[in-house]
Design a protein around this ligand. Structure first.
Ligand code: ZN
Length: 134
């Protein structure tokens, strides 16, 4: 089990089991398994959870900032839209990566995964134990 907290591992994009291997193989795509401890990531199913947190964060922090910018500068609204659209997209993608890592680490640590994933994980552990015996 990892010595780091699940949130710390998630922020760094590290494996929830060992805290050493990379969690992501792409910017937002999870790897199939940990390169260090061979933990199976295919059971990952955070669903809409990370996106919901990102939507709330953007709605609470960025949108009021955009509206304040528009009111203070008194520029036409199209300039606010042109300026803040790329900011919102980039911040959303970055936060989505962080939230996916955190939520998967928390799910793994608390064993809070769907029943089919629990069954799959149990079969994987049993299969690993069988391989070690032979
Ligand atoms: Zn690992």
């Amino acid at each position: 089990m990892s010595a780091n907290s699940p949130v710390e591992n998630g922020l760094k994009g590290l494996c929830p089991e060992c805290g050493e291997g990379a969690l992501f193989s792409g910017f937002l795509k999870f790897a199939n398994c940990c390169e260090a401890c061979d933990a199976d990531y295919t059971i990952e199913d955070a669903g809409d959870g990370p996106a919901v947190f990102v939507i709330f964060a953007i709605g609470i922090f960025i949108i009021p900032l955009a509206l304040a910018f528009s009111m203070i500068t008194k520029l036409h609204m199209i300039w606010t839209i042109l300026l803040f659209t790329p900011i919102i997209i980039l911040v959303s993608l970055y936060l989505l990566r962080l939230m996916r890592g955190i939520m998967f680490n928390l799910q793994w640590t608390n064993n809070a995964i769907e029943h089919r994933a629990v069954k799959h994980r149990a079969e994987t552990v049993a299969h690993s134990a069988d391989k070690e015996e032979t």
